[in-house]
Design a protein around this ligand. Structure first.
Ligand code: UD1
Ligand code: UDP
Length: 383
């Protein structure tokens, strides 16, 4: 009998953890693989929230996060430290997800060792290297290196084919975020207390219409963040509205939001929520206002209109389907779009349609099957 293939799964931030835990679980359940988990801990607290709920115990924790870390300092440390893990473990393949510094450095370190890289959530492109920044380029670098490209949608697969990635390397699998969302919904259904800590806020805002907010994009630091804060302040002048805003731990976000919104009685600036509580927020919110990639994918699955505070998106599927709308970071535009959704029932109904352009909840199973085929073929060639 052949030895199980050692697969090194590398990630470091909250969204990567959310989107990779279904893959790790599927690998763990498959005797063809020995999965190993290496977290860079590019995020610390926000990563640990996901590891806890998904019961993932990393084999390596590089604990790299520095307060206010720079892109070059972080990337340099990632490349060196991830390389050491690969030298020690000599995995058959490496898995990375998405477009973060950890994913890009993980792919590059693997490439330097000629270890094949499998890319989960491949092919997203905005066509603008400064939006999202630096993620558009990170994702393209990984796409240049990857062995298997797991595109969440046909649109993403099309982008890879247009870049001359061979068609037999590109697989449309759906996005594993929908696997994660369904998994956590099942958990909450079985044990509602998993998402019970918002009860006080829900009670306090019971007669108000809830708007959920998140933001963290680097390209919005400075004027963009100030504009977002000002828009929220104006929206909160309506007495029928309450804003629940779990604030990202990035100091560039927290300072601005705390200063501008900290004193408003109908704006709850709260700590980052663990995944079950965030899914609860998605379910009680009437509208989501966000610049997040993951939230753009989750909100349509729950039938929540999502206003995206970006100029462009590498996830056009929600916009095409009419459940997401790009509103940029202009104060007047954000306020107008929110008020339209609050006051125009037809406009709201047109956006509030549950659908799943990003996946069916079976993506991790498909990905693991495809990696299994690849590993099996390689062994077959060697025999
Ligand atoms: C990173 C990713 C971005 C992803 C986002 C998800 C890069 C370049 N950026 O951006 O693609 O969309 O994560 O949230 O890879 N911090 C904490 N605790 C935490 C997390 C962050 O204190 O648990 C603070 C630290 O001061 C840290 C800073 O936030 O230095 C920035 O973290 P970093 O990962 O560099 O950038 P993000 O904006 O979170
Ligand atoms: N999320 C969470 N708690 C929060 C805010 C977001 O669990 O307080 C989840 C959200 O459901 C989504 C992911 O984190 O799955 C998005 O992460 P983020 O916006 O930080 O990164 P992006 O998706 O933009 O890369």
């Amino acid at each position: 009998m052949t030895q199980p293939a050692k697969i090194l799964v590398i990630f470091g931030t909250r969204p990567e953890a959310i989107k990779l835990f279904p893959v790790i679980r599927a690998l763990q359940a498959d005797p063809r693989f020995t999965p190993m988990v290496c977290v860079s801990a590019q995020h610390r607290q926000m990563l640990d929230q996901v590891l806890d709920i998904a019961a993932i115990k990393p084999d390596y924790d590089l604990n790299l996060m520095q307060p206010g870390q720079t892109l070059d300092g972080l990337t340099a440390a990632l490349l060196t430290e991830l390389g050491k893990v690969m030298d020690a473990e000599q995995p058959a393949r490496v898995i990375v997800q998405g477009d973060t510094a950890t994913a890009m450095a993980g792919a590059l370190a693997a490439y330097y060792r000629k270890i094949p890289v499998d890319h989960v959530e491949a092919g997203l492109r905005s066509g603008n290297i400064y939006h999202p920044w630096p993620e558009e380029v990170n994702r393209k670098i990984i796409g240049t290196i990857a062995s298997l490209h797991f595109a969440p949608t046909q649109v993403a697969a099309g982008k890879l084919l247009a870049e001359q990635v061979p068609a037999d390397r590109v697989h449309v699998t759906g996005n594993t975020v929908i696997d994660a969302l369904k998994w956590v919904q099942t958990r909450i259904f079985a044990k509602p207390s998993l998402a019970g800590d918002l009860a006080d806020l829900e009670h306090m805002f019971a007669d108000r219409r809830i708007i959920g907010v998140t933001c963290h994009r680097r390209e919005s630091f400075g004027d963009g963040m100030a504009n977002i804060a000002e828009a929220i302040r104006r929206i909160a002048q309506r007495r029928d509205v309450a804003v629940i805003f779990p604030v990202h731990l990035n100091p560039n976000v927290r300072a601005v939001m705390g200063r501008a919104l900290g004193q408003l009685s109908n704006v709850a600036l709260i700590e980052p929520l663990d995944y079950p509580h965030f899914v609860r927020l998605l379910s009680i919110a009437e509208i989501m206002l966000t610049d997040s990639g993951g939230v753009q994918e989750e909100a349509p699955a729950l039938g929540k209109p999502v206003l995206v505070m970006r100029e462009t998106t590498e996830r056009p599927e929600g916009v095409t389907a009419g459940t997401a709308k790009l509103v940029g970071t202009d104060v007047a535009r954000i306020v107008t779009e929110i008020f339209t959704l609050l006051d125009d029932k037809a406009a709201y109904q047109a956006m509030a349609r549950a659908h799943n352009p990003f996946g069916d909840g079976q993506s991790a199973r498909r990905i693991v099957e495809l990696i299994g085929n690849e590993v099996g073929q390689k062994l077959g060639h060697q025999a």
